[in-house]
Design a binder for this molecule. Sequence first.
Ligand SMILES: NC(=O)c1ccc[n+]([C@@H]2O[C@H](COP(=O)([O-])OP(=O)(O)OC[C@H]3O[C@@H](n4cnc5c(N)ncnc54)[C@H](OP(=O)(O)O)[C@@H]3O)[C@@H](O)[C@H]2O)c1
Length: 370
Amino acid sequence: MDVKSRITTSVCVFFHHVLCNTGHGSIFALQSILWRKNIDHVTPPDLGRLHSKGKAFTHTIHVVLHIFTAELTVSLPLSTMGYFIKGWCFVAFVAIIGYLYRDTFDPESLANAKVLVTGASTGIGEEIAYHYSRAGAHLLLTARREDALLKVKTKCLKLGAKSVSLAPADMASSEAREKVMEQAITAMGGLDYLVLNHIGTSPFEMWDGNINYIRWLMEVNFLSYVHLATMALPHLTESKGSVVVLSSLTGKIATPFTTSYGATKFALDGFFWSLRHELAMKNVQVSITLCILGLINTQSAMEKVKDKIAMPAYPAQDAALAVVSAGTSRVSEMYYPWYVRPVCFVRDWFPQSRDWMIQRSYQQASDEKH
Ligand SMILES: NC(=O)c1ccc[n+]([C@@H]2O[C@H](COP(=O)([O-])OP(=O)(O)OC[C@H]3O[C@@H](n4cnc5c(N)ncnc54)[C@H](OP(=O)(O)O)[C@@H]3O)[C@@H](O)[C@H]2O)c1
């Protein structure tokens, strides 16, 4: 191939890749814009239509982009067929990945769903309750503060929830958990989604040897999840429902200052992965979704990490939507925001460099603070 054809080919292949990649990026961006547009004003059926319109619109853009890039590639001389085939292999690869990771969330399937959300008085739990409300679900919300729950209930009803019951309870108490589950089944007549989201207060500090504290945190952040899921299983089996578990990147990769919190999240990962295997082996049609979240801008998280780590915090409303969507699509694991999946993927590739980087970044932050 002469130099001129070589340059033409490279330029065309370059544009092909750029257009495909920006195309996919803009498709995701458009989907998210369409989804959020007027989100506080739409009724539940509108929500479904908005979502389908978003999908149709972005798929059209997708097709146009591919025709356009194909035009570029087809105009290449025959001697460059190798690049042409390579280009299409790349497109096929992207298309397969796109298909595997396609958005299968259908908000209409949540109309009349019976949902129990824990830790719903604030933060991500509160936003989760609002998303289910927009879709027209029945809700039972629990946390300790009744006044905060009442405010959330009022907004949920405004957004379109079919019914909202409250069960103020401390998840450290086994009896309180039993009452919450009883109340949920009585109030809603069954259960489709159990969203386990609450967490006990944990400081962002070095381990101080307080065994009583870690025992309490295990009860609130881990054992209560196991207890609630166990009580819910017969009802979820009947409805072919789902358990949605809020976990963290700290439950996949250990970081300093989170010994107790991290331990509870690692424990959730182990228990619920194992339980998922057992349910599949028994052919029980209950899905378990573990949501692996990075830093989210809830008030409690921001207060905890301020001055200590320099990381972008992502919006709680978007994190909550990702949680609801993942639970509805019955995926095993959901990662939010975008960087969490690649970080988990490469976790064990370079362990020494990883640990060095983690310790250095936390050290720097704590040095700057002092
Ligand atoms: N925010 C982040 O950066 C981040 C990152 C990764 C993972 N996550 C996960 O996302 C979930 C929500 O986090 P968040 O930041 O939204 O938390 P948050 O704002 O601190 O909210 C915690 C919720 O749990 C409730 N709660 C606390 N102690 C309780 C107890 N003993 N019994 C019952 N309820 C209790 C709180 O309400 P009351 O005070 O009224 O009881 C509140 O509704 C957690 O599982 C967390 O691990 C968060």
